[in-house]
Design a binder for this molecule. Structure first.
Ligand SMILES: NC(=O)c1ccc[n+]([C@@H]2O[C@H](COP(=O)([O-])OP(=O)(O)OC[C@H]3O[C@@H](n4cnc5c(N)ncnc54)[C@H](OP(=O)(O)O)[C@@H]3O)[C@@H](O)[C@H]2O)c1
Length: 345
């Protein structure tokens, strides 16, 4: 194996620096992955630029990636060298520099791997894995909506939900998941991503770029809703949903806390969670975790029924990771999932 290299965040809010880093040896239950696809998430930019979470420095960020297993540690029995896998950096891996996606040869925990079959691209696998876990936890565990059948659609259950932001990566998967679980789904998108969101089968799409009063009116007109999920997590969306619910009061679930949460009307409750942790980290949800990782995710990926937003593969290897994070901070990612191959120079 050639030398390992990483894009390292040495101090809070610094720019990433590309340097040689140790070549890790896999311990018990660990594997080394030849990382061929970093799948980016907005949280990585928010950690770098806004210190959204308390982390230790130096850090190697990056929560999802895909590649080929290079070597396996003691006790790993369900994976072998040469397997193509998608990886989410959950549990104890989340805060350990050795497991960060922004490096060529990260470690991964066996329990955080999904084996990809020949039909499934690395990008589709690691682009969906953590975002869909977020959706399962948010919708089925936190909001108590039903689970969908695998590779099929449940009969309509007569309930309607609003998924605000169907063009985001999480939002698009949430629409598909809820529709398959039998819900009528109303969602939103910009015109630029209309055809992408149409493929998710919502019963109604509302243009979220129209003036606020008009947008609010349209959302109200298509209600009432049995549940509301905000897949954007911005201050604007929090305020909008606060206004939507202010009349009769109510609760919505969101992807992110914002500075305006404290200004919500007293009768409106906003809930949010680190959803992947809810699914994979809580003892009470072990059955849901097993269903997700061993049945629903691999089978939905293999059939192509569940798909991520289109891939944007940015050239330039680790050298382009900082640019991608900057693009996220500038709010310029629209209707796509962004990847970098750290093996490139
Ligand atoms: N809590 C958790 O466990 C968890 C897990 C995963 C993600 N998240 C959070 O969930 C959010 C979405 O993540 P993601 O990866 O899905 O993001 P993403 O794919 O990068 O989202 C980009 C999309 O957001 C839409 N958008 C941006 N601002 C908007 C606004 N004001 N109104 C409506 N749409 C807007 C844009 O749609 P148009 O271009 O069509 O306008 C764009 O396509 C982020 O805040 C992320 O940090 C939280």
């Amino acid at each position: 194996m050639e030398m390992n290299k990483a894009a390292i965040l040495k101090t809070p809010r610094a720019l990433l620096e590309i340097e040689q880093i140790e070549t890790w040896l896999p311990g018990v239950g660990e594997v080394v992955v030849r990382n061929e696809a970093i799948a980016f998430n907005p949280i990585e930019a928010k950690i770098q630029r806004l210190e959204m979470f308390d982390i230790e420095y130096p850090a190697v960020l990056g929560y999802t990636f895909g590649g080929t297993i290079e070597s396996v540690g003691p006790g790993v029995d369900s994976f072998k060298s040469g397997d193509r896998v998608a990886v989410a950096r959950w549990g104890r891996a989340a805060s350990d520099i050795r497991f960060g996606a922004f490096q060529k040869y990260p470690l991964a925990l066996e329990e955080n791997l999904v084996k990809l079959d020949a039909q499934t691209s690395l990008h589709e696998g690691c682009g969906v894995m953590a975002n869909l876990a977020t959706v399962v936890a948010a919708l089925s565990i936190c909001m108590n909506l039903g689970y969908p059948p695998i590779n099929a659609r449940a009969n309509r259950n007569g309930k309607k939900i609003l998924i605000y932001g169907g063009s985001s990566s999480v939002g698009g998967l949430a629409v598909q998941y809820a529709v398959d679980a039998g819900y009528e789904v109303v969602t939103t998108s910009s015109l630029a991503n209309w055809s992408l969101v149409q493929r998710r089968d919502a019963s109604c799409i509302i243009e979220h770029t129209k003036p606020k009063e008009e947008l609010l009116e349209s959302i109200k007109m298509h209600g009432p809703y049995d549940g509301i999920f905000d897949a954007i997590g911005s201050p604007e969306v929090t305020s909008l949903l606060g206004e939507l619910l202010a009349g009769n009061g109510g609760t919505f679930w969101s992807t992110s806390p914002t500075p305006v949460d404290k200004d919500l009307p007293k009768n409106v409750k906003k809930e949010w969670a680190s959803y992947s942790d809810v699914l994979v980290g809580q003892e009470a949800n072990q059955e849901a975790k097993m269903w997700y990782l061993h049945e629903y995710l691999p089978e939905s990926l293999s059939s192509g029924r569940i798909f991520s937003n289109p891939s944007d593969i940015v050239p330039g290897g680790l050298g382009s990771v900082q640019n991608v994070l900057d693009t996220f901070m500038d709010g310029k990612i629209s209707g796509k999932k962004v990847f970098v191959n750290p093996q490139e120079h």
